[in-house]
Design a protein around this ligand. Structure first.
Ligand code: IVH
Length: 698
């Protein structure tokens, strides 16, 4: 759609609009603004190669909104502003697909593929055959209908004949063009099939936000994507950042009695055509082969790189490339005979739920953990899985003795997908949630709007241990050599009772313990000593105040000169701070109202910890000022946390994921998916550790 040699012209058009912004852009320029915005959306969402900053894009977008506000008659449904919908969806009406959405036949190994090839050749006769191979995206399938170049309808697969109309929600997805120049190819109406998915990074962020709210995370990105399509509020859909890949032109009609475009004669060139029309198709990932042997090899190569992709795939799809031959081969009622899915090794497995254990966390939350008959899933043995809370157990109808389907999606923590109720024997037992704490036996409480039961005895040994483990952990005070096992051991032996106790440990007593040599005691002593000078934000994070993560801890540290200043803060004052909402403010307020907490802070100060904010984060000074950094892989001379500190100390910012906003990716040994992703975004500078150090010195 956008030819490479035209890029300079697009940039000139962008510059002249940006310059016109000062005086205000005239309404006669409205189509020009839209065209330029569409060009940059394509660079960002389809090519992952933006050419303007988010700020510049936003300014042009706002200019368009202004013109449209002043001239409502000029609004068109495919204007970039029109993705945003303000009304709630009442229902998702059932609509018929133009062509039934068939499924695919599955294959699991080389033999199955040889079989497929044999059948195709039998039916094809003497016609030459090539195969187009592409990823099998693991999301939810959708169909998109374009008429006269405009997106007019989007629907889910449903039963294959009719699905749910989800046009408004699909319009929130930026990789779906609201208009595409089909008419250039003589096409009047087209039905396209594709897959809607949530990429791994957005999925793990989404799951983190669910767990932070005390909600159960989702088992896999597929459920996250399909669930999002069913949301009634389109504004929520925007926030979830879904993506769409399209892979099939299932139907088209021509404007006049013209010839079909040459591009649709093969599947590979159809994928190119869809790419040229502005869609995200697997045009770059696909490959065409003449022999099934080569197909088999390509499938196994992809299985190896599967985990480095930014999104989940569950296999490859092999399609006969010649469309005339596809027509000849036809289909069964279930699947086309010209295509087959090659499924990768399952990341799902079934096993038996043999018991439930209740664990008490740092905040007293009681989490049920399912004990399973050990089973391998995606190369990892799994023998226990968190089942989150009572509601979750009820929703999934889990019982002890049940056979359950479990899944480990990519690098995600395993989850139970469902219990296999069909194979119950009647001997399965209901899961009884305890009324009292399994560790200290005090009564459990549950707040009305929450799903979790809590032990509110802050002296509960389980909580004490978990709080100390958190306090010494890597992202908190980072006391090397302490670790979970030692915390448990010291508490059990009565050598450690609370957080201040870390700083009064009796090292001579430790020397009598098995496994504690002179050297390890010296190291531990030194690490404890060093932790006293950790910056205030780390201490705040280490305290484990509910809802206070690392980012909020930084905000809090920057707001005061001394940690105890928070004693005089009201909830309203706390809410003034960035990203501190009602719930977070309430929790911080309660923490500083609690006399035991205050006395612990006084003790820590007396023991030599820094409660004073000695160097407030002063952003935007230094030679990394305004630049964003991300570290991946293992660094050889610096610790990750040291390197990140250096970035901040020099005015830079450390970000959590690879996106067009990232300026530098510092890649160490064995860098994985982040590096692969960054390679696809040309604006990111990929540097090694030494180059990073050089940058600091410049
Ligand atoms: S082709 C007639 N290509 O896999 C065309 N399907 O298990 C049939 N899928 O329902 C579909 N990636 O939702 C095709 N590259 C791809 C695909 C793909 C994912 C999904 C699709 C289909 C399911 C079958």
């Amino acid at each position: 759609m956008y030819r490479k040699d035209e890029t300079p012209v697009w940039m000139e058009r962008t510059q002249s609009l940006l310059q016109a912004l000062k005086k205000g852009i005239e309404s006669s320029k409205i189509e020009e603004v839209r065209a330029v915005l569409r060009f940059h959306e394509h660079r960002y969402y389809i090519m992952s190669d933006p050419l303007v900053s988010d700020f510049e894009y936003d300014q042009l977008f706002k200019a368009l909104e202004k013109i449209e506000k002043e001239n409502p008659n000029l609004i068109t449904p495919d204007s970039p502003t029109q993705r945003v919908a303000y009304e709630l969806t009442k229902e998702f009406p059932t609509v018929q697909h133009l062509v039934p959405m068939l499924s695919l036949d599955n294959s699991y190994n080389a033999e199955d593929l040889l079989d497929f090839d044999r059948k195709v050749r039998e039916l094809a006769g003497l016609a030459p055959i090539s195969y187009c191979v592409e990823p099998k995206f693991d999301g939810g399938s959708i169909s998109l209908i374009y008429e006269n170049d405009k997106l007019v309808r989007a629907a889910t697969r449903g039963d294959g004949v009719a699905g749910d109309e989800v046009t408004t929600n699909i319009r929130q997805i930026h990789s779906v063009p609201l208009s595409a120049p089909f008419s250039k190819f003589g096409i009047q109406q087209a039905e396209i099939r594709g897959e809607v998915l949530m990429n791994k990074e957005n999925f793990s962020r989404y799951n983190q936000s669910l767990t932070a709210q005390g909600l159960a995370p989702l088992a896999n990105p597929r459920n996250a994507a399909t669930g999002t399509l069913r949301l009634k509020d389109p504004r929520e859909v925007v926030k979830r950042n879904l993506e769409v890949f399209v892979y099939h032109l299932s139907y088209f009609s021509l404007q006049q009695e013209e010839q079909s475009p040459a591009a649709v004669q093969s599947h590979a060139s159809t994928l190119e055509l869809l790419w040229d029309l502005g869609f995200r198709s697997p045009a770059r990932e696909k490959k065409v082969f003449n022999t099934i042997q080569e197909v088999i090899e390509y499938c196994s190569t992809f299985e190896v790189i599967r985990d480095t992709l930014p999104y989940e795939i569950d296999g490859m799809v092999i399609k006969v490339n010649e469309v005339a031959l596809q027509d000849k081969l036809g289909m069964t009622s279930h699947h086309p005979r010209w295509a087959v899915a090659f499924k990768f090794k399952a990341r799902q497995a079934t096993t038996q739920l043999i018991g439930i254990e209740f664990q008490v966390g740092r905040t007293g939350a009681v989490t049920p953990v399912a004990k399973l008959e050990p089973v391998a899933v995606g190369g990892v043995m799994v023998s226990s899985i968190s089942v989150h809370n009572q509601e979750y157990i009820a929703e999934k109808d889990l019982r002890i003795g049940d056979h359950v389907l479990i899944e480990r999606a990519g690098d995600v923590i395993p989850q139970i997908v469902k219990s296999l109720t069909e194979v119950r024997t009647g001997q399965e037992k209901q899961i009884q949630f305890p009324m009292s704490c399994p560790v200290c036996a005090s009564k459990l409480y549950k707040e009305e709007e929450e799903a979790v039961w809590r032990c509110i005895n802050i002296e509960c040994p389980a909580q004490v241990i978990e709080r100390i483990i958190h306090f010494v952990s890597k992202d908190a005070l980072d006391i090397r050599g302490f670790g979970e096992a030692n915390v448990r051991k010291f508490v059990e032996l009565g050598l450690l009772r609370d957080i201040p106790g870390i700083y009064t440990l009796d090292f001579t007593q430790l020397a009598s313990l098995e496994g504690f040599g002179k050297k390890s005691i010296e190291n531990l002593q030194q690490a404890i000593e060093l932790s006293k000078n950790q910056p205030l934000h780390r201490l705040i994070y280490a305290l484990g105040i509910r809802y206070v993560g690392e980012t909020t801890a930084r905000t809090l540290a920057n707001a005061v000169n001394h940690l105890l200043d928070f004693q005089s803060y009201s909830e309203e004052q706390l809410q003034q701070l960035e990203d501190v909402g009602v719930k977070v403010a309430g929790s911080i307020y309660e923490f500083f109202k609690n006399a035991d907490n205050i006395s612990m802070l006084h003790d820590l100060e007396k023991l030599g910890l820094t409660l004073r904010n000695e160097k407030k984060d002063t952003p935007a000074t230094g030679n990394l000022s305004g630049k964003t950094f991300l570290f991946t892989g293992t660094l050889s001379t610096l610790k990750r946390s040291e390197a990140e500190e250096m970035v901040r100390a020099n005015g830079g910012q450390v970000v959590s994921g690879v996106s067009a906003k990232l300026n530098y990716l510092v890649a160490g040994e064995e860098a994985g998916s982040k590096l692969e992703k960054a390679k696809k975004i040309p604006s990111i500078h990929i540097i090694n550790e030494q180059e990073f150090i050089n940058l600091l010195g410049e």
